[in-house]
Design a protein around this ligand. Structure first.
Ligand SMILES: N[C@@H](CCC(=O)N[C@@H](CS)C(=O)NCC(=O)O)C(=O)O
Length: 199
């Protein structure tokens, strides 16, 4: 299989981390296909989206969307990405969902921030900043319960916090010491350190 990513994409970082963390490097080749956005970009031959991440299977099927790709990688790994069942699985899914909505909020706020000032909506920026802050608060409240057993949802949280440090500096650390300590520790893992955004 081949995973298409770009260096600083927080979405693509999630399956990229999974490939490293769960020992899939012999089964999934990773290719940095940045920069994106041109009509002749390599991804455009596979579908209408032109977004990363994208997964090209050994059968030549192209799969887009982060959560679908993580699902494929979970299957490929024999179920290593998430706890198999029960409350542990439900909690992992809840955290993966929280990370997903936080990333969406951060990503669209960053896009809005990059628009010309005359086109920006202060109300939109404010409401997404507030949504992200609620997510950071929820993570701070729950981080003590993050089990020692790492799962993919923890890596998705890392991708959110790393993206915030790039696009929304100062967004999350103040007043959230437990989350900061957890992040600094998990960032020692090769899957996290080797995929950190460069800015
Ligand atoms: N819903 C998608 C979002 C992916 C996404 O927005 N990727 C961005 C990079 S972070 C992208 O490829 N943007 C290119 C573009 O907008 O043309 C997912 O979950 O994978």
């Amino acid at each position: 299989m081949k995973l298409y990513y770009t260096g600083n994409s927080p979405y693509a970082r999630r399956p990229h981390m999974a490939v490293i963390e769960y020992g899939l490097t012999d089964k999934v080749e990773v290719e940095d296909c940045g920069p994106l956005g041109t009509d002749d970009h390599v991804l455009r031959q596979y579908g209408p989206g032109g977004k990363v991440p994208g997964l090209l299977t050994d059968n030549g099927v192209f799969i887009c969307e982060t959560l679908i790709i993580l699902n494929c990688l979970d299957e490929l790994s024999g179920g290593k990405l998430y706890p198999a069942a029960g409350k542990a699985r439900e909690e992992a899914m809840a955290l993966e969902g929280l990370a997903g909505l936080l990333m969406e909020s951060q990503f669209y706020r960053a896009r809005e921030n990059r628009r010309d000032a005359s086109e920006q909506s202060p109300g939109y920026l404010e409401s997404e900043a507030a949504r992200s802050a609620r997510c950071y608060d929820a993570l701070e409240a729950h981080v003590a319960g993050f089990v020692d057993d790492l799962n993919m949802a923890h890596l998705s949280v890392v991708a959110c916090l790393g993206y915030a440090d790039w696009r929304h500096p100062g967004d999350w650390r103040d007043g959230r010491p437990a989350l900061g300590a957890w992040y600094d520790k998990i960032m020692e893992r090769p899957s996290c350190a080797d995929t950190k955004p460069v800015f």
